[in-house]
Design a protein around this ligand. Structure first.
Ligand SMILES: [Zn+2]
Length: 311
């Protein structure tokens, strides 16, 4: 098996890892704020800069590992499953129908596969851990809430690359305004941003979700309540997904999964109540322990998977 590069596109940086026989053997981080690049430039110039930054990061890695055979990228946005184009990226509004796969492939001379970042993380988690079933619902708790679905051991992004937008399931009718334009989306309550908003509503104070977690563990009642609200809204959405899909394995990842202890009790109680009786007690919830490498591993393995599908 040749080496593979997996790339995780984050909010302020690119993380690249080289995978050899399923193991990450090298790992580098490059400063790259695509959101700022898009804000401060015309769409054409922004796209050119994004390609330049990504290609030069890849070339640094290729100098160290010339025997890489393919590259996979987890990108925050809707990816067309057939053309690999980035149809839209909610955090990078100018990017429409961008051909990251084709443009980068021409620049670095290797096949490049692009997939939604949460789906890539789901696949990375699924391939890294031993699961009893071949189906998995992955939840990425961070600034927003992303979702990834593994069906029969394969990532499922939907017919148009828009499956599992679970953060935008409405759990509070007429609730908080979401970036998507709707009101009451789950991620407005269950994400790090949501926890900050809840705490601000209770106290008038603006703190990060991390700081609120510290306060909650020290007994701050409002901080505890902010995390309980997160658990409650996440569970409401999960109960509905489980009823639709009949999948009983959930993996929670993302930065805010570190605060799962503050959400778990409310989550379990709400989930149990909201599920149909036969499903109660049947759903296994696990917390990711792959650190932040799932995106890299998933992207790299997906490049291989797509190659084999195309041959
Ligand atoms: Zn929304």
């Amino acid at each position: 098996m040749t080496k593979l590069i997996g790339i995780d596109v984050g909010g302020t940086n690119l993380r690249l890892g080289v995978l050899d026989d399923g193991l990450v053997i090298d790992d580098m981080r490059f400063q790259a704020n695509f959101s700022d690049i898009c804000k401060n430039n015309t769409t054409d110039i922004a796209w050119h800069k994004i390609l330049e930054v990504t290609a030069s990061a890849i070339k640094v890695m290729l100098k160290k590992h010339p025997d890489v055979g393919a590259i996979g990228i987890g990108f925050p946005g809707f990816i067309d499953p057939n053309t690999q184009q980035i149809l839209q990226s909610p955090n990078l509004p100018g990017l429409l129908n961008a051909d990251l796969s084709g443009d980068l492939s021409r620049m670095v001379g290797l096949p490049v596969i692009v997939e939604n970042d949460a789906l890539v993380a789901a696949y990375g988690e699924f391939c890294s851990l031993e699961f009893a079933d071949k189906n998995l619902i992955y939840v990425g708790l961070g600034t927003g809430v992303g979702g990834g679905l593994i069906l029969n051991g394969q990532p499922f992004g939907g017919q148009h690359g828009m499956a599992m937008e679970i953060g935008h399931m409405i759990t509070v009718p007429d609730g908080r305004l979401c970036g998507c334009g709707n009101n009451g989306c789950m991620e407005q309550y269950a994400s790090a941003t949501g926890v900050s908003h809840s705490y601000q509503n209770f106290t008038g104070k603006i703190f990060t979700a991390d700081a609120i977690a510290t306060l909650a563990r020290a007994g701050d009642v409002d901080a505890i309540k902010a995390y309980e609200i997160a658990g409650l809204n996440l569970a409401s959405a999960m109960a509905n997904i489980i009823k639709v899909l009949d999948i009983r394995q959930i993996l929670i990842g993302g930065g805010m999964s570190q605060a799962w202890d503050l959400m778990a009790h409310t989550f379990q109680a709400t989930l149990s109540k909201a599920l149909i009786p036969v499903l109660r007690g049947q759903v296994k919830v696990e917390i990711s322990n792959t650190g932040d490498q799932a995106g890299i591993i998933g992207a790299a393995l997906l490049s291989l998977h797509s190659q084999s599908q195309n041959t």
